[in-house]
Design a protein. Structure first.
Length: 206
């Protein structure tokens, strides 16, 4: 049998019980090496730079905005991000995956499933909660984009003007402006230029 290098993992900061449980899990798996844990969100980029882990476990509740996951993913594409949340909704998980997470799981997920997610994530495979019972909108985390706001974001990323977006979505220009302001607020940006720098989209004036 070919020996494989262990999967290197770092943990963000979680509630004490969650942190202890995660440490116990990885300590029991000889194929996983815990490089660092209890890293505050603002220090996580430095931790990823130092340890270069295969997988980082991120606390959904520590995110200031959904785009934080995208920033981390863009800065450290070789590290797979596993987001743990308190019974996340399907919409929350879908948004985490859309912004670069490899997995989105409930903090109440069974131990073997979290270990399985770490192994799968290290290979780049996406993971979602297995059952609806694991998902409910109870966690405190970033504001989610509505489906219409997601449509507007996609077109903004393509560099479309407000008038072009309005025509594509069959709504008024003022409606597009309203959605765009909401998108900017939720993603923590102020201008199209800032949005483009975060998501890699094009730029054009409104």
């Amino acid at each position: 049998m070919v020996d494989r290098a262990p999967i290197t993992v770092v943990f963000g900061r979680f509630e004490d019980l969650v942190s202890r449980g995660l440490r116990v899990l990885v300590d029991e798996d000889p194929n996983i090496h815990l490089a660092a844990d209890d890293i505050p969100w603002e220090q996580l980029p430095a931790g990823l730079t130092e340890h270069k882990p295969h997988v980082a476990i991120v606390n959904f509740g520590s995110l200031g905005s959904a785009i934080d996951v995208n920033r981390l993913h863009n800065s450290f594409p070789a590290t797979r991000l596993v987001v743990l949340a308190s019974r996340p909704s399907q919409a929350e998980c879908n948004q985490m995956l859309a912004f670069g997470a490899t997995a989105c799981l409930s903090k109440e997920t069974q131990a073997r499933d979290i270990l399985n997610a770490i192994h799968l994530a290290s290979r780049g495979l996406h993971v979602l909660p297995r059952t609806k019972a694991e998902m409910a909108p109870y966690d405190t985390g970033p504001d989610l984009l509505t489906p219409r706001e997601a449509d507007v974001l996609e077109l903004l990323q393509q560099g479309r003007s407000n008038a072009e977006i309005a025509a594509t979505l069959h709504v008024g220009v003022e409606t597009v402006r309203t959605h765009a302001r909401s998108v900017f607020r939720k993603l923590g940006v102020r201008t199209r230029r800032e949005l483009a720098s975060l998501t890699g989209g094009g730029q054009r004036s409104s």
